[in-house]
Structure formats: C-alpha cells, structure tokens
Design a protein around this ligand. Structure first.
Ligand code: ATP
Length: 326
C-alpha cells in the first residue's frame, strides 16, 4: 500500500494555482524529500494531505484512506512537524511532550521519546522558551513521534538550523526511517534532503517537475563533473592525451593545471591512467560533481522538466526502480 498517493491534486486560490495536477506516489517506508523554492506549493500540498485545505480538484489518499473523507482515520496515524513550530515559552519541554501524549490519549513514556530526539532530562525540565532553534525542532519532532506514527510529515524541519542541527535532524529522520516510519520531508534546500531521502520530488510553481533519486536526477542532466589535475610540468603538453579519453568533453590547460570536463564518470579514472602512461606526474587532483544547487536551479528556474525525464514517468517509484535497473 502506498503511504501517500495523489491523483490530479489541484488547489487554486482565485487566479493562482498553488498546486497543479499533482500525481505522486510515496511507498510505505520511503523517506521522500519534497523540494521546491518558497511559494512552490509544498505547504499547500501538505495541508491537503492533512485536510487543513480542500482540493479544488483531484484527490489524495494517506495510509490508504481518502485524505478528505477519512481524515479522522488518518490523523491518529500521522505525526506532523509543522513549519515554524512555536513553543509555549514558559512550559517545560517535558510538559509539551506530556501535553502531546495526553491529547493523543497515547501511552508513550516521555523519557523514551526525549531520548530518541536527544533532549536530556535537564533540558526537558527547562522552559522551552529558553531552547535553541535546534532544541525546539527536536522537541517538535518528539511531539510528532507520540503514539508511534506510521507516517511522519515534516514541513521545513531544517530551516533555521545550523549545520550541526541539520545533521542531528537528518540522523533523527534516518533513525525513524529505520523503525519503518514513512517520512515526507519538505524543504526548499536540496542539500538538507540529499543525505536522508530515498527519492525526491521537485515542485515548481505548483507543478511537479521531477521525481527521482538524487543520483538519477544528476544523471538525467548529464552527470557532468569537472576534474582539475595539477601536474609536475606544463599542462599544455598533455592536452591531447586528456582529450583522447572517452567521456571527456573539454580540456583546458593553464600553467601546470589541466581542467577536464567530464560527461561519463568512468572517464575520471581513465584520465589518470592515460596521463600516467604518457609520463605525466600528477601532483594533485580535485573533482567537482555537478552541484546539487545547480541541479535544483535547473529544475526550478531553468525551464521545468528535465529533458527525457518527465515527472509523469517517474512519479511512481516502481517505474523509477525499473528504469534504474535498465
Ligand atoms: N490561503 C491562501 N490564500 C491565498 N494564497 C495562498 C494561500 N496559501 C498559499 N497561498 C499561495 O500559494 C502558493 C504556494 O504556497 P505554499 O505555502 O504552499 O508554498 P511553499 O512551497 O510551502 O512555500 P514556503 O516554503 O515559502 O512555505 C504561494 O503563492 C502562496 O502565496
């Protein structure tokens, strides 16, 4: 059973189409990154999945239930980390958690949840108003984990966190995924989802412009990289050797540095061997893969769908997997 399935899901506000004909399937147990720049429609989609907003057309199922007709069945099984979670400043972290447990009529042990989210007993006793942003996010995640949800929906969980906080959040997501929880992780920063997500979907102006694994997306825009080699002698004497390697699209020499543009990842090792065979001494080398940021920019500003890889073809993970196997 799919954890989330949307069919033609659309939401308009007057003239504005916030979510446009969204077809998306997220399998049980997946960690799915839902990416898009500010205003792309991520929160609106989440709101429709949780029945906080009604679709203009189309439908969605969550954990097999209709998101609008069976919302009462869905909400006890879903943990939500809302965007911009606010604490009650004078209440302790532990009280927040106890409140969430009472509200859900759950039987969780607050200590166990505090430990899972990495809040110490001393932290839990302090007023949440004194918490850092990272601690607030951990507390909010703990509240979302009450009653062991089957699906965890996190709206921008890493926004405002420092690199350490982001890493902690990613570890937490992974740990939950290892327990079998499906995670729907919305973010406008590609880097934040890269380390934790099995697949990502990219939303731009309400439309799904790509769905794939990060590697799959990178490959679909060419899988390019640049390789910079610092040689012991003048690089222009080795231009032709590098140019002769299959998968190398461009080579430039400057002083002792040879800069190679690569289309095929296999070419990286071949360049090194070819230069070595030609008598060059490599002092240093650096490889820059296509940056994920540039990939994201291509997807969101550079004209929509990736050539040869429409979202329609890959919105279904089974289809994506069979494509990857080919
Ligand atoms: N209740 C509303 N009334 C009118 N327009 C809305 C409403 N909710 C959202 N929108 C508009 O719909 C579009 C999508 O907004 P949404 O909040 O879903 O985007 P988002 O991807 O979550 O962005 P962010 O990361 O900034 O939260 C935006 O243009 C927003 O202004």
């Amino acid at each position: 059973m799919a954890a989330i399935e949307t069919t033609g899901l659309t939401k308009t506000y007057g003239e504005l189409t916030a979510v446009d004909d969204l077809d998306l399937t997220i399998e049980d147990g997946e960690v799915f990154g839902f990416l898009g720049p500010n205003g792309a429609g991520k929160s609106t989609t989440i709101n429709m999945l949780l029945d906080f907003a009604r679709p203009t057309s189309g439908s969605a199922t969550v954990l097999g239930y209709d998101a609008q007709d069976d919302a009462d069945e869905i909400s006890p099984r879903v943990g939500v980390l809302p965007e911009g979670f606010d604490v009650y400043p004078r209440l302790s972290g532990r009280r927040h958690l106890e409140f969430a447990i009472e509200t859900k009529a759950a039987t969780d042990d607050p200590e166990a949840i505090l430990e899972r989210v990495g809040l110490s007993a001393e932290d839990a006793a302090r007023p949440a108003g004194d918490y850092s942003k990272g601690m607030r996010q951990r507390l909010a995640t703990g509240m979302a984990l009450v009653d062991d949800p089957d699906l965890l929906i996190m709206d921008e969980p890493s926004s405002g966190l420092d690199p350490h906080g982001i890493r902690e959040m990613q570890e937490l997501v992974r740990a939950e995924a290892d327990r079998g929880t499906t995670v729907f992780f919305s973010s406008h920063i590609l880097e934040h989802v890269e380390a934790v997500c099995d697949r990502i979907g990219v939303l731009n102006e309400g439309r799904l412009v790509a769905v794939d694994t990060i590697d799959g997306l990178r490959e679909s825009i060419g899988g390019g990289a640049t390789m910079e080699l610092v040689l012991a002698d003048a690089a222009d004497g080795h231009l032709e050797t590098a140019r002769g390697v299959a998968g190398v699209t461009d080579v430039a020499a400057a002083g002792q540095t040879l800069e190679c543009s690569i289309a095929d990842p296999a070419a990286k090792a071949t360049i090194v061997t070819a230069l070595d065979d030609a008598g060059a001494t490599i002092r240093d080398l650096q490889i820059d893969d296509v940056s994920l940021e540039s990939l994201f920019t291509t997807l969101t500003n550079g004209g929509g769908e990736i050539e040869g890889q429409s979202a329609d073809e890959t919105a279904n993970p089974a289809a994506a997997k069979s494509e990857a196997a080919e």
